[in-house]
Design a protein around this ligand. Structure first.
Ligand SMILES: Nc1ncnc2c1ncn2[C@@H]1O[C@H](COP(=O)(O)OP(=O)(O)OP(=O)(O)O)[C@@H](O)[C@H]1O
Ligand SMILES: [Mg+2]
Length: 157
């Protein structure tokens, strides 16, 4: 049976608000956390990932992994795996053995995650980012299974 989904919305009026959401999620993340990001080109998937990386204590520059597909970083307490699967076919993604990351000792953020939906762990936090004009963005968050459903129920606190 699929885990039931719990949903929430977060409206950011500026990049600062996006960083505040990333901060909260970073405070909740642990080994095996998977955050599945989607949203149009330029919605803010990489900006969110960069804010998240900073919040878990990754030092230095976090670039968009569009061309590298997967980048690994060391956070203060746990590794950070940053993926962008935009350029991958399902077959290629399947061959990469992504489970090693998803079920590893770090936290994973996947940009364009819906393209590899079938390869994602059944439990993950899905985040859809929508451009509202200017710096405004709407985040639609959906938690499948625990602890993600509880994160949403508790307002990411
Ligand atoms: N509230 C906001 N949240 C996120 N990004 C914002 C916000 N306001 C402005 N921006 C800017 O919007 C741009 C978002 O670009 P970003 O590369 O993060 O998008 P993306 O979703 O990763 O695109 P791609 O699909 O090309 O990977 C950045 O320049 C960022 O600074
Ligand atoms: Mg990006």
């Amino acid at each position: 049976m699929e885990p039931s989904k719990v949903k929430a919305e977060w409206v950011a009026s500026s990049l600062k608000d996006t960083e505040a959401l990333a901060d909260r999620l970073a405070g909740l993340a642990g080994p095996g956390t998977v955050i599945a990001l989607d949203g149009d080109l330029g919605a803010g998937k990489t900006a969110f990932s960069q804010a998240f990386a900073a919040a878990i204590g990754v030092r230095g520059v976090v670039n968009s992994p569009t061309f590298t597909i997967i980048k690994e970083y060391e956070g203060e307490a746990l590794p950070f795996y940053h993926m962008d699967v935009y350029r991958l076919s399902m077959e290629e993604a399947d061959e990469l053995g992504l489970d090693e990351y998803f079920y590893g000792s770090g936290v994973t953020i996947v940009e364009w995650a819906s393209l590899i939906e079938e390869l994602l762990p059944p439990k993950h936090l899905a985040v859809f980012i929508e451009h509202l004009g200017g710096e405004a963005r709407r985040f639609r968050l959906s938690g499948s299974g625990e602890p993600y459903a509880a994160w949403i129920e508790n307002g990411f606190r």
